[in-house]
Write a protein that binds this ligand. Sequence first.
Ligand code: ARG
Length: 450
Amino acid sequence: MWKGRFAQETAELVQQIGESVSYDWRLYKHDIAGSIAHARAQEKAGLLTADEFSQIESGLKAIEADIDAGKFEFRTSLEDIHMNVESELTRRIGPAGAKLHTARSRNDQVATDTRLYCRAEIDVLTAGVRDLQQALLGRAEKYAATVVPAYTHLQRGQPVTVGHHFLAYVEMLERDLGRLADCRARLNVSPLGSGALAGSTINLDRQAIADELGFDRVSTNSMDAVADRDYIAELIFAISLCGVHLSRLSEDLILWTSAEFGFAVLSDAHTTGSSLMPQKKNPDVCELTRGKTGRLLGNLVSILTAIKGLPLTYNRDLQEDKEPLFDSIDTLKLTLAVNAEMIDAMEVREERCRAAASDPMLLATDLADWLVRQGVPFRHAHELVGKAVAESVATGIPLDQLDLPAIDPAFTPDAKSVFSLETALAARTNPGAPSIDNVRSEIARWREPR
Ligand code: ARG
């Protein structure tokens, strides 16, 4: 493709280090769509006859069909998807094919292709996140009233419901959706027409090309347009954070399915056994989700590092953007899908959850609140309840069976009314708090069509 200036063939090892078609072939549909839009603008500008345009269009569509059918032979000697498609087009249709690259560079071409690719994949990821939210909502609904301890420092804190716990993940995933949507909106800009870095002396209708490809607008600085990989870094970040959320969910489920907690049971179909220990039922999906999050974070570091030292504009380092991008997208898609299935099939052991939540210590804060309602300043109330807790720990008498008035007269016998999980939850009616009514109305809100 650049043979004019060179007297030697490219060395074999240079082809090896330089080829990207072994992975960027997956851009082919976007590459072909971009080329058709570009050719249409060429025809409009009088650079191609109507006949040449239709040869290019049908030639590219035939190539697309061959790639779809697995009948296309990619050649690493042609480096990347762009050159593979263009050279095959020219081989098939002759001179018209050789006109296609007028007023275009692989620099604006690859930027166009990856933007289109990211846009399409964001839509797929968005659907995947929504499916997982639905699975979580399904469980939240089934266990909306199931009381369970909530933890800080992995120490029992206060009672909530399983529904409230799962809704927390629905919230996280909603922010992930917002980040994906932001990224989509920001990347939907057409770089085509930026050329190698300084546009072209041949003016094509950039807006028409952008319109055909569904871009919201055209880029406004040719140098930035070919050097910019922010959208890739942003998408990998959005994916990474979503992965981090799934990893935290995984960690919760690993704990919940342990014998020590025993709060949840995963289906046989979503767990694995041991080749040695016959009793084992392992939460491998959760562990792999947690483990694969490491790859996502690695990909984020890779892309940011690849970009950070680059002078304007395009540098070949940027070809290294694709493998982390593809890997992050593939990894998140798979983990979202398998988690949605697994959560759908997960059962909660309500009696175990309730038993754990029935530890009266979980209502120590409610006891302090009760004192506050009697006019005791909170800091003092905290100390009085702390004394009661210490006595319970020392004597082994459960907090709700202690002689509280003997500890301090501020406790009247009525203080014991706080030791009811139902009362404790029902009192938590402020927005965002875990009363069962709140949880149910949150579920209904999440279920509204969006
Ligand atoms: N395969 C290249 C990439 O992904 C396409 C752009 C090549 N441009 C160049 N000037 N060598 O970045």
